[in-house]
Design a protein. Structure first.
Length: 460
């Protein structure tokens, strides 16, 4: 029996080594994907592309060499029990085709995997993180997937007169609560967490991955809003990042930019892909960056309808400050959270915070860890947004009204999109106005005046 025990021990050593080789294997996968991404780059010239591919190829060869050396060392380590036996006892003789041999090898090989319980507070497994990095971190690859998706699933001509609705506003204004409420009416379809990470190939990915919705979890914001696989979220921004090659994302902030007719045509095709399985429902998106491109979208998208959320400035700024501090801590503890938010264009707060570079210098020179900074951001955002409120395509909705009378809000949106909206339970989570010290009196006075003006425009 000692012979078979050594077989199990050798298999156990080999499996432990495989677990230790996980990171080198993941690195090879990431470098291989980066090389494919460089090959698919439609923007760079041939010399630049050749340089990128060569660099990635050298990285891949070096990592492959390291992996093969480590694998060789692993095989030798697994042979050590047999070597010790032969040195101390003599030649090892046993049956290698019977059930005891294979059973011992299987038991020893599986034991490390059964005992392996990596400590992580993340909602994503290590394999899931790898897949996200391979797809979302390689935009040229994602663009190619979108091209394949169009060829396979866009069989009918694009219907350009299809209405669609975008919920927007400065982050923490109630956009998530309203989007989820609208989706519960059953009159809308949208991207959801089930589409991650293949956001530009929703139908291809849907053929492979169709998860059952597990128990809902509270999201990282700690604001009592829960999510699951079928929960809609602000995921379409990745499309705009890929389409513009991150052209609107600068080191010091996000800049307003215009979309041309070709961009709008691509966006219409993308919405049609998400609508493939939807029959009569309306495309719904939550996009807090919409303001950056709203001017051209209002001009080129006649069927666009926008709901812009607004919240009491002091309450709003307090919430933004709280989330900034919270996510800065989360992203320090788990760098994947930082990667995730960068991929999706979520720069609202946290270590990757980038303010909107709007026609206001109010927030410059202020500290994001202080309330005055976020009050200044609020003023800059809604001062710029005010120019769009007069459009019959833009509906301004107050956070307070959503909290106190959600059905009234649904009725207002019903008139805008031309469908009846109602849910059995329209309750959302009410918030209370926060009280914070050391507020610049000029800032809060300016913010309150602007808020009062916008409330009048919202007919609240």
């Amino acid at each position: 029996m000692i012979h078979y025990a050594m077989v199990g021990l050798a298999a156990c050593i080999f499996s432990i080594g495989l677990l230790l080789l996980k990171n080198p294997f993941f690195n090879m996968a990431l470098v291989s994907t980066a090389m494919v991404n460089a090959l698919l780059d439609p923007i760079s010239d041939e010399d630049t592309k050749h340089s990128l591919v060569s660099r990635q190829l050298l990285r891949l060869i070096s990592r492959l060499g390291i992996f093969l050396l480590a694998l060789s060392a692993l095989v030798m380590a697994a042979y050590i029990p047999f070597l010790i036996y032969e040195v101390n006892v003599g030649p090892l003789v046993m049956e290698t085709t019977g059930i005891w041999f294979y059973g011992s090898m299987l038991a020893g090989g599986l034991l490390p995997f059964l005992c392996y319980r990596p400590k992580s507070s993340s909602d994503y497994s290590e394999l899931s993180k790898l897949l996200h990095r391979m797809v979302l971190n390689n935009q040229h690859l994602s663009r190619q997937l979108l091209s394949i998706e169009k060829k396979l699933f866009l069989k009918e001509p694009i219907a350009k007169n299809q209405p669609f609705l975008v919920v927007t506003g400065l982050a923490r204004s109630g956009t998530t609560a309203l989007t989820q409420l609208l989706f519960r009416t059953g009159r809308f379809h949208s991207l959801s967490y089930a589409n991650m990470p293949f956001l530009l190939a929703p139908n291809l990915w849907g053929k492979i991955y169709n998860p059952k919705n597990a128990a809902l979890k509270e999201r990282a914001h700690g604001d009592s809003i829960h999510f699951g696989f079928d929960t809609v979220e602000a995921l379409e921004e990745y499309f705009f990042k890929v389409m513009t090659n991150d052209g609107f994302i600068h080191e010091d902030g996000l800049i307003p930019h215009e979309l041309n007719e070709a961009n709008i045509g691509s966006y219409q095709e993308y919405r049609s892909l998400i609508s493939v399985k939807a029959e009569s429902s309306i495309y719904l998106a939550k996009n807090n960056n919409l303001l950056l491109r709203l001017q051209s979208m209002l001009e080129l998208e006649p069927e666009l309808r926008v709901v812009m959320m607004i919240r009491h400035p002091l309450e709003h700024a307090s919430s933004l400050l709280k989330q900034h501090l919270r996510f800065s801590k989360l992203q320090t503890e788990d760098p994947f959270v930082l990667e995730y938010m960068n991929w999706l264009g979520h720069h609202e707060f946290g270590l990757n915070h980038k303010p909107f570079q709007l026609p206001s210098d109010g927030e410059r020179g202020l500290n994001p860890n202080e309330l005055n900074y976020w009050l200044s951001c609020w003023i800059a955002y809604y001062s710029f947004a005010k120019r769009f409120i007069s459009s019959d395509k833009v509906l301004l909705v107050a956070h307070q009204q959503l909290a106190e009378s959600p059905q009234t809000v649904l009725n207002k949106i019903s008139a805008s999109v031309g469908v009846t909206l109602s849910v059995a339970n329209s309750e959302v989570y009410p918030k209370t106005v926060g009280k914070e010290p050391e507020i610049d009196p000029l800032l809060i006075s300016s913010a309150n005046a602007l808020y009062a003006e916008l409330l009048q425009l919202s007919d609240m």
